[in-house]
Design a protein around this ligand. Structure first.
Ligand code: TYD
Ligand code: MG
Length: 456
């Protein structure tokens, strides 16, 4: 028998090191190396697969061969169907990540109940809560009558054995992947090897049985699914469940999807009776708009295929600090720094003695560059103390030269703004023609300087 050795596996990137170090040599993360018995990484992770005795030759195919659309299993929860691209795909694995307490277990219980109610075979394995706790939640959600099959289990082998007997399930839920362990490995649950092995087994099960497998993944402090990135690479679809815990709104975001588009979002509201779909998120994000206060601008954003209007709020106040404070919620901090630099260089607006706060209302996180124009308008408005016209929306990307670059999906943005009663859109020159949005006055501007001049 070969001598057993131990190796140190980085819990962040999955890199393997022969001895312990404070810093992972692969990803340079601190304190991420954990001792694991060798072999836990399942052979191939060492880069040297075992020699195969007998290899078979493969039939090579062409691209023009016949294909079928992936069949879908619509859940009936429209916001979830939207982010998955039309429903769950049988035989695929989906990972849903999110911070503790955000509502993953609630959503998955609702999904399994919705499918079970339609006569599908839904099985829910919980590694975190006892069956009694899940039943309590089901009571609260009014789902006790749904024929969902439930078990509290963390042993992967027991789960696979249970799934193997009886009718093949249509949907299997594992809450969460970090609690699973297999006795074939020495390392403790939640370590890279265990998570990887459990994910691999569940994916294999999905492929062989044709069931849709939903895995819950915990998220670390810095917002990544705990365990190596490889888990995200292994599954077919990755969704993130995010939102501000102080707010009732929850956003389900597609990060990766082998069967549909990414960047889609689904919006839910957490209430007394679980998660409710929000069909018109713009109304929600603009819901508590006050009167005319300086520093608030409405951004006509696009999240995937859906236009969403959201308010950006800026506060610019004189700073008492040597290095003034910049705080951003829901937007990228370096994007703000860049915008402030452009405002200074191209418009002469110097904020180096001011604290700057920027907030995206409602707990939405924006990554679209077209938010620049709205952010600039909000910042300048707060700085000058002049409120913006409340009936206007803004969009457009500001380049380093100060020019406003065209943004895609103009017509969809304008249509949404018109629907919600806005009268004017401040937008870049160029881009698609705006058809069907004639109600709205269009104010085209070529540079951030023109934008600032408008606000004077
Ligand atoms: P949960 O689904 O347990 O979160 P996760 O699995 O992501 O850790 O959600 C728990 C939170 O949701 C908890 O703080 C209570 C709240 N909640 C409601 O507000 N209403 C409800 O109907 C339910 C079931 C939970
Ligand atoms: Mg949970």
């Amino acid at each position: 028998m070969a001598k057993r050795t131990t190796t140190y596996v980085c819990q962040s990137c999955g890199g393997i090191s022969p001895r312990w170090a404070g810093k992972c040599p692969a990803c340079e993360g601190w304190n991420t190396l954990v001792e694991e018995a060798d072999g836990g990484a399942m052979g191939t992770a060492h880069g040297v697969p075992k020699a195969q005795t007998k290899a078979k030759t493969l039939e090579l195919e062409t691209l023009s061969g016949s294909t079928e659309e992936a069949p879908r299993l619509p859940t009936g929860i429209a916001e979830l169907d939207r982010v998955t691209g039309g429903g769950l795909v049988p035989g695929s694995a989906l990972l849903i990540g999110g911070e503790p307490g955000i509502g993953k277990s609630t959503l998955l219980l609702q999904v399994s109940a919705a499918l079970a109610d339609k006569g599908r075979n839904a099985v829910y394995f919980s590694g975190e809560e006892a069956s009694a706790q899940i039943r309590l939640r089901a009571q609260r959600l009014g789902l006790t009558q749904s024929p969902v099959k439930l078990a509290a289990e963390t042993n992967l082998n027991n789960i696979l054995a249970t799934l193997g007997k009886g009718k093949t399930p249509d949907l299997v839920i594992i809450d969460s992947i970090q609690t699973l362990w297999t006795d074939g490995l020495d390392s403790s649950p939640g370590t890279v090897s265990q998570v990887r092995a459990a994910t691999q087994s569940m994916i294999r099960y999905a492929k062989l049985s044709g069931a849709a497998v939903l895995l819950v993944g915990h998220v670390t402090k810095d917002g990544q699914i705990a365990g190596p990135k490889v888990v995200e690479h292994m599954v077919d679809t990755v969704l993130y469940f995010e939102g501000d815990r102080g707010q009732p709104y929850r956003i389900l975001r597609t990060v990766k999807n082998r069967f549909g588009a990414t960047d889609e979002i689904g919006v839910f509201e957490m209430g007394q009776t679980g998660l409710k779909e929000v069909a018109n998120p713009s109304e929600l994000f603009l819901g508590d708009r006050g009167g005319e206060t300086p520093g608030a601008a409405v951004f006509a954003s696009m999240e995937g295929t859906r236009p969403i209007l959201v308010e950006l709020q800026a506060l610019v106040v004189p700073s008492a600090l040597g290095t003034p404070r910049r705080a951003v919620v829901g937007w990228d901090g370096s994007r703000l720094a860049q915008l402030l630099a452009v405002l200074e260089a191209r418009c002469g607006i110097t904020l180096s003695h001011h604290d700057v706060y920027l907030n995206v209302a409602g707990g939405l996180r924006i990554s679209e560059p077209a938010a620049d124009a709205a952010a600039a308008a909000a910042l300048v408005s707060s700085f000058s103390g002049v409120p913006l016209r409340p009936d206007s929306v803004y969009f457009g990307e500001v380049s380093l030269s100060g020019a406003l670059r065209p943004a895609g999906h103009g017509p969809a943005r304008l249509k949404e703004a018109g629907k919600l009663g806005f009268k004017r859109a401040v937008m870049p020159v160029g881009g698609e023609m705006e058809t069907g949005a004639s109600k709205i006055e269009i104010d085209r501007i070529a540079s951030v300087r023109e934008l600032v001049d408008r606000l004077k």
